[in-house]
Write a protein that binds this ligand. Sequence first.
Ligand code: ADP
Ligand code: MG
Length: 677
Amino acid sequence: MKLRSEIQYVKGVGPARAEAFQKLSVDTVGALLRYYPRAYEDWSRITPIREMPENEPCCIRATVCHTPTKIRIPGGLLLFKTAVTDGAGLLNLTFYNNKYIGNQLKEGEEYLFFGKAVRNKYGAREMASPMFQKPQTAHRIRPIYPASAQLSSKTIEKCVQNALDALEEPIRDFMPSEIRAQNGLCDLDTAIRHIHFPPDAAALEEARRRLIFDELFLLQLGLLQMKGRTQTLRTDCVVHEDHTAEFTARLPFQMTRAQSRAVHEAMRDMQSGEPMNRLLQGDVGSGKTAVAAALCYNAVKNGMQAAVMAPTEVLAEQHYHTMQTFFAGSEVTVALLTGSTPAAQKRAIKAGLAAGEITLAVGTHALLQQDVEFRKLGLVVTDEQHRFGVAQRAGLAAKGGNPHILVMSATPIPRTLGLILYGDLNVSVLDELPPGRQKIETYCVSTGYRPRIYRFLEKHIERGLQAYIVCPLVEEGESDLVPAEDYYERLQKGVFASRRLGLLHGRMRPREKDAVMRAFANGEIDILVSTVVIEVGVDVPNAAVMVIENAERFGLSQLHQLRGRVGRGKEKSTCILVSDAQNEEAAARFKILCETTDGFRIADADLQLRGPGDFFGKRQHGLPELHIADILRDTRMLGVVREAAEKLLRADPTLESTEHAAIKRRVDQLFAASEIA
Ligand code: ADP
Ligand code: MG
């Protein structure tokens, strides 16, 4: 059997299971071996019964005190109970609906048991349905796989074992032995075998280290190569004259120092003769749009066209209006192009862009479509959540002679990390908010306060202000939460019967969402009840209150992003977190929010509270999906990896040598999967 052999030929798989494996994206032996355990049962560390933690999986070695006794309870459930002892401590065991237990566990014999201990209602400790095996034959560390409905972890474990046994030859290592030696890495065959079936904790650690190194190494190689590629590119979109002062004179406000610095950094790129590839990172409300506008202005004044892309139509419209006010009476001509632009108008705009009469196009991804041609596209700005994959960059480059690219993001990333993570981009940070911003007063209250909250909202509406009420997404079976729809109806029929309410939720069609959002932005809605769909950069300065229901359901960074929707106007703004949650973690989150509005501080705190695992939404950063490495947890490894990758690229910038062919193939694979379609 080879790595590329189809999964169904692995012993124990067959066509039906092969299909189930397909659903997990496992189609070959190689893919199966890359389907890593998500955790391990450590049967090698024996905990004395008296020291067992509660609610944490652990392994005990104990003798069965008596043959399990059968108890039939009403409803037909079959229960077996027994007790075990390790000499010093005693533990009750309960097994449900397993009629063989009586034969499997023998009085007076010793077993290893693995499970979680809890206290029963009498205060005694007990383990429910632990797994067990005889100590003599025990696997010491057993893998637990991400299972599916059709494939249990145990089944996957067997299949992996069979596949490993059937391999004709050791897995060939793509990593040159020199790099392995320098970084103290074990060989790939050992790493793969041990990641599934580690003989002991040290071997598991060694395997993990090797595989994490691999993944980060390929990631860094890909990113560095991209960076190298764009930097050695030439572009004829060169900004020769700096018109920034002229632009800032048009603004109704003075740019912050951070904004000026960002413009300056980007201008240096655009003057260099190489295409810019820059990330503009700034907290919500830091004024990224004005920076983008300054660059667009410079591009246009230097004979080029610019495009600004947003992820939704509402945002695109908003940018369009902003740009129109910034550029009123200047020679920048702005047009809006989205999916819902009427056909005739679309044609006119396309013609205008092709002829170069329209110099600034604002829109959605529609701008990237093939039939949109520019006379001389010099700058592309994308707002929020968009990063270009290699293919899209190529597509853009094809539209013009390698235009400059500016990506804007409000996702705060701890500073040191951003530099590594965005290895392929240069980064400017807006670390300062425009002056005069009022701090958003943030409070955390229990649901008992709702009547007062509604009176508070009512007062604001009377003054002509608007408000958001955010409800969490409700999944089926979560009965303790109120879905946004129900909440909306209750308010509309109850306390706010005489007010204009709007509803926005994830299952609405994009066009419906846009219509509601637009009405809210135009002041035609007093209170917008919504799920998190408003998270992305909407700017409605007249909205001064945000109420977040079931606030414990949101992550810290998410709450921060949401809160950033208010506090955009002159009015003092308020954010009210409503929660009855008693848990400490939620309380810690609320405390931070009530204390600070600094996005970076919040990002750091978030990282510490949540642990690195789910810090990034997968889509948010547009990087390839990692299977075993964790960019935040493995920061230290990242440094080492980065050095190794740079060294390799210095020796072989394009990975052309035959020795590196296997590496190159893997880099390409990793990035091919991550292209944004
Ligand atoms: P974000 O970075 O979240 O996209 P925006 O660009 O939407 O922020 O700016 C938020 C608000 O701040 C806008 O209403 C904008 O006009 C205003 N603004 C931007 N820069 C400044 C500044 N230097 N001084 C005062 N107001 C500013
Ligand atoms: Mg914005």
